[in-house]
Design a protein around this ligand. Sequence first.
Ligand SMILES: Nc1ncnc2c1ncn2[C@@H]1O[C@H](COP(=O)(O)OP(=O)(O)OP(=O)(O)O)[C@@H](O)[C@H]1O
Ligand SMILES: [Mg+2]
Length: 333
Amino acid sequence: MQLELQNITKMFGNVVALDGVSFTAAAPEFVCLLGPSGCGKTTLLRLIAGLSQPDSGRLLLGGEDLTRIPARNRGFGIVFQAYSLFPNMTVAANIGYGLKIRGAAPANIKKRVGELLDLIRLSHLADRYPYQLSGGQQQRVALARAVAVDPKLLLLDEPLSALDAKVRTELRGEIRELQKRLGILTIMVTHDQEEALMLADRIVCMQHGRIAQVGTPDELYTRPQNRFVADFMGVSNLLDQALVREWAAHLLGGVTPPDDHVACIRPEDIVIRPDLRGARVREVQFLGNLSRLQIEWGGGMLVVQETGRTTLTPGAEVGIHISAENCTWVSPQ
Ligand SMILES: Nc1ncnc2c1ncn2[C@@H]1O[C@H](COP(=O)(O)OP(=O)(O)OP(=O)(O)O)[C@@H](O)[C@H]1O
Ligand SMILES: [Mg+2]
């Protein structure tokens, strides 16, 4: 099952929410639409769902034009950020709802609901009502409800963003497992790059209604095509030409930077040399499994990451080393 978006454009008044978006995805891929607030992620997901129409462009599923098919006839499973369970129905009734309105036999509904309850590990809560569940449990039920009817496509719009960090991490793993097991083409919106890195087979990184880059998590993280993607995919040191020229001579082995490109160096790729001099530690943050340091060097500030707890303290004088292969050149826009 292949989903193809061709040159999708969507305006709201004179706001261009989507500007020529094209990409293809095929089952059993897990695709994340990633980007900052307002870049058009929800608009794109709603268009795929059939909840709104593009101004121009086409959507194809398995070669068939979907553009004018209304949401209810597309047969997609959708989970939104806000808990959207039917408040007057039990967990089991919520999960079985889609099957019931499609006229499935009660015995079949019961069987399928039972399987899904096992899968989301909530069999013991089948008779509860949504208000009796935690946020994480409600989103699990929403997920089970969305996949109960064997949708051709699973669409998720920030389903984890209302949950606390621990539950979010747990549920990420569960979503991935469920998706793998069912093999459904899944498109999930998130503005959390860590979430996208962990879940996605491919990431569609968006900026101002356009696609900035499409690729595997590894490609986006290690080979960003421009400054925006490099910055968005995690903490990076983005050094402009002047600084790079000054530093390149002794740090990067005399590398000549491509025209007007920016050097992108990951904090974990910078080596601190306590035996050398020339740089000064300005700030130290301990983040549990790693330490993040701000180091002043050559008139610029570098973010450097070390695993575990660093022994360095603010004010310490050190040297730094960056090898040429850890420097990626990205276009400035
Ligand atoms: N119904 C609407 N009417 C007018 N403008 C809209 C409408 N829906 C979205 N927009 C605008 O379109 C742009 C894209 O919005 P969208 O909701 O797709 O962003 P998003 O990437 O999902 O952001 P967030 O991460 O904050 O949810 C924004 O500038 C938004 O203000
Ligand atoms: Mg949104």
